[in-house]
Ligand binder design. Structure first.
Ligand code: NAP
Length: 305
């Protein structure tokens, strides 16, 4: 039986792994569906301290993993399918395999949200996507839309200008939520145009995307925009399905914690985007991962008396 299992492998989970491994807890990191987390589907990370020239997201995550492994963390590239936190030791399953540990850190992050409009699901992989870095390449010289007004939307739109002929940013208000530097970047880009006060009502196309119906929220008018692709960037939802009934969740599904990292089950800690409804940055997740590892370490020491 182990001292610690870490579920998830974004900046939170891998920083927790670095700290826990250096404390000789020999953590098992179960990396999940997207090893390295959301940064592996982004490009340049410009705001992680220590990289003045920027660093590619996947490289940053590889380096974090290497750093943890150097100190003895073990990594399993599998998905947690069930947990039982009602008894001790805690039990975590990956398929039929049961893993046991005295403590657990949950850092399962969040996944892209979808609009839920007509045509969206049917045309996924046929012009509808939530990842420009994964799929942008297919839209060379085409016209695409990005839905959303936050940093992700601007980042996706800017990235898509490498391939697309024209990128329309569709936002439900008349002002972007994105940070100033990102807003200015988008405003300066001749390939990016804006469709303000607009929400998608339907994505059109039989086999592939051919357009999108949008409604102006002020006038109520519905119009059709001809498009070859639609990228969703409307935020994220926490990955907590597997913990329902085991750990306390808020009304949006985020894990509830006390004193930053403690869940309602003593010995189970949480960090990063699975808890964070406010900051959601790589660096805040990393800092939180450090706190979770230190809290787990102190808790284990108390248990051992
Ligand atoms: P976000 O900041 O929550 O923005 C989501 C955007 O989608 C908002 O503009 C929101 O509109 C819009 N939206 C939400 N639901 C919608 C719906 N049903 N229909 C239409 N529009 C909808 O999410 P994010 O952009 O993914 O960013 C998440 C966090 O990651 C943020 O803290 C951000 O700073 C960070 N991030 C940072 C970087 C970077 O620094 N390079 C890059 C990416 C993300 P409203 O504005 O009207 O609410």
């Amino acid at each position: 039986m182990r001292d610690l299992i870490i579920i998830g492998s974004g900046p939170g989970g891998l920083t927790a792994a670095i700290y826990a491994a250096r404390a000789d807890l020999k953590p098992l990191v179960i990396e999940g569906l997207q090893p390295g987390g959301q940064l592996t589907i982004t490009t340049e990370v410009e705001n992680f301290p220590g990289f003045p020239e920027g660093i590619q997201g996947p490289e940053l995550m590889d380096r974090m993993r290497q750093q943890a492994m150097k100190f003895g963390s073990e990594h399993l590239f599998e998905v947690v399918t069930k947990v039982d936190f009602t008894g001790r030791p805690f039990a975590v399953w990956t398929g039929d395999t049961k893993h046991e540990a005295r403590s657990v850190i949950v850092s399962t992050g969040a996944s892209a949200r979808w609009l839920g409009v007509e045509g969206e699901k049917r045309l996924q992989g046929r012009g509808v996507s939530a990842c420009a870095t994964c799929d942008g390449f297919f839209f060379r010289d085409m016209k695409v839309a990005v839905v959303g007004g936050g940093d992700s939307a601007v980042e996706e739109a800017t990235f898509l200008t490498r391939f697309a002929r024209e990128v329309v940013l569709v936002h439900r208000r008349d002002e972007l939520r994105a940070s100033a530097v990102m807003r200015e970047r988008a405003a300066r880009d001749p390939k990016i145009s804006f469709l303000w006060d607009s929400v998608p009502v339907e994505i059109l196309g039989d086999d592939v995307v051919t357009g999108m119906k949008v409604r102006n929220v002020k006038s109520g008018e519905v119009s059709t925009v001809a498009l070859d692709g639609v990228f969703m960037a409307i935020g994220h939802a926490p990955n907590t399905e597997v913990f329902a009934g085991q750990l306390d969740l808020d009304d949006k599904g985020y894990l509830k914690t006390e004193r930053m990292t403690r869940t309602n089950v003593p010995g189970v800690f949480a960090c990063g985007d699975v808890v964070d409804t406010r900051y959601r940055q790589a660096i805040t997740a990393a800092g939180w991962g450090c706190m979770a590892a230190l809290d787990a370490q102190h808790w284990l020491a108390e248990q051992k008396g």
